[in-house]
Design a protein around this ligand. Structure first.
Ligand SMILES: [Zn+2]
Length: 284
């Protein structure tokens, strides 16, 4: 019996499972990419995922970090990897050590401190790239990028033996190709993310948009979160094929959020938006 009833979205061949409600819990996992963005309260379904990419230290995003690591050990899995802003490594280590003492068992962990501009290899062809957000001290977001080699156009159509021949001569027959698969913004107030090409071109954007009502702009500002007005500005500058909205407030009912979004966004943009926690499918 799983510990959580999680939202589940499938885009092309990729599953996105998790839970994300402002102030309560945020955890967004993509099992095929072997990453979990933030860890929430560490639902059972994410324990087998090898990499947790933590955006900041707020309890609703990070509470389950020690449980995630401990459960992996308990179930005989390898130590989990947790990428976290560098300034959070010490408190995370302190918590893990405190839990090890409480529990009476050491908790294996692979902790990696990251800062904007860093890259971390998840699989041979898959990298997490770190960029800054505006939420709490050191907060970051992550893009997962696939790197492939592609045959240069002038060599397309050659037979395999011709290609082998060229390789023997030391000819560079291919060039590196970067495919940004997904970008996860975590919690953030408005930032012009269009300046980073791998964000604008990510196939999937997972973005917070917490507040929707006209008189909630002050709340968005105080919590350093995004309001629908800023979110609309942000989307105008991006080209993502799929947009998943997370971290919605409980102050506004979901059907009202849907209505406000539909009014605020151009029809074709609204068609590419999925409200993560919306139980009613509404794809246009
Ligand atoms: Zn936060």
């Amino acid at each position: 019996m799983p510990s959580h009833n999680l939202a589940h979205v499938t885009i092309d061949e990729l599953d996105i499972i998790g839970y994300s409600v402002a102030g309560e819990e945020t955890v967004v996992a993509m099992p095929q990419l072997d990453v979990c963005f933030d860890v929430g309260k560490a639902p059972d379904q994410i324990i087998p995922i090898n990499n947790v990419l933590l955006t900041h230290g707020h309890m609703d995003h990070a509470a389950g970090v020690a449980y995630y690591l401990s459960q992996r050990n308990f179930c005989g899995m390898s130590a989990g990897t947790v990428l976290a802003p560098q300034n959070l490594l010490k408190p995370i280590r302190d918590i893990i050590n405190a839990w090890s003492r409480l529990d009476g068992n050491p908790i294996p962990a692979n902790l990696v401190g990251v800062k904007p501009g860093d890259e971390y290899r998840i699989k041979p062809n898959l990298f997490a790239k770190v960029f800054p957000t505006k939420h709490s001290k050191g907060s970051v977001g992550f893009s997962v990028i696939e790197r492939r080699k592609k045959l240069k156009p002038e060599y397309v159509g050659l037979t395999s033996s011709q290609i082998v021949e060229l390789k023997k001569k030391g000819v560079e027959i291919d060039y590196p190709l970067e495919i940004p698969i997904v970008t996860y913004l975590g919690d953030t107030q408005y930032v012009d993310f269009s300046k980073l090409k791998y964000i604008t071109e990510s196939r999937i954007l997972i973005a917070e948009c917490t507040f929707y009502e006209g008189d909630h702009t002050g709340r968005a500002e105080a919590g350093r979160h995004m309001h629908i007005e800023e979110f609309v500005t942000l989307l105008k500058k991006l080209q993502n094929q799929h947009i998943i909205i997370t971290h919605t407030t409980q102050r506004t009912p979901m059907r009202e959020i849907r209505t406000i979004l539909k009014k605020a966004l151009p029809a074709e943009k609204y068609g590419s938006v999925i409200l993560f926690m919306d139980k009613t499918p509404h794809r246009a």
